[in-house]
Write a protein that binds this ligand. Structure first.
Ligand SMILES: [Zn+2]
Ligand SMILES: [Zn+2]
Length: 90
């Protein structure tokens, strides 16, 4: 859900501090992130399908690829986002 940031806190995606009063996306148990986080790049799905490199580690994508939060990722990075969001490395 979209809320106004009440505390100075870090974006769960790019780890930059978001100022109080900024509109952010908030998920219970996960935290806040920019509405348009620079890390997510906001590519359309069609655009994502044309990308040849993992957006996280820049490795060349071959075989299976994964799309998470509008990022096109290799399997390793995809698993990282998954475990991070599950809170294991929170
Ligand atoms: Zn961010
Ligand atoms: Zn990767």
């Amino acid at each position: 859900m979209i809320i106004k940031n009440k505390f100075e806190n870090k974006c769960t995606e790019c780890k930059r501090v978001i100022k109080i009063g900024t509109e952010v996306e908030w998920e219970f148990g996960i935290g806040i992130r920019h509405l348009k986080c620079p890390k997510l790049r906001n590519y359309s799905y069609e655009k994502l399908l044309t990308l040849k490199k993992c957006q996280e580690c820049k490795v060349k994508l071959e075989g299976d690829v994964f799309i998470s939060d509008n990022n096109r990722l290799c399997m390793k990075c995809w698993e990282n986002t998954f475990t991070y969001k599950g809170g294991y490395f929170g």
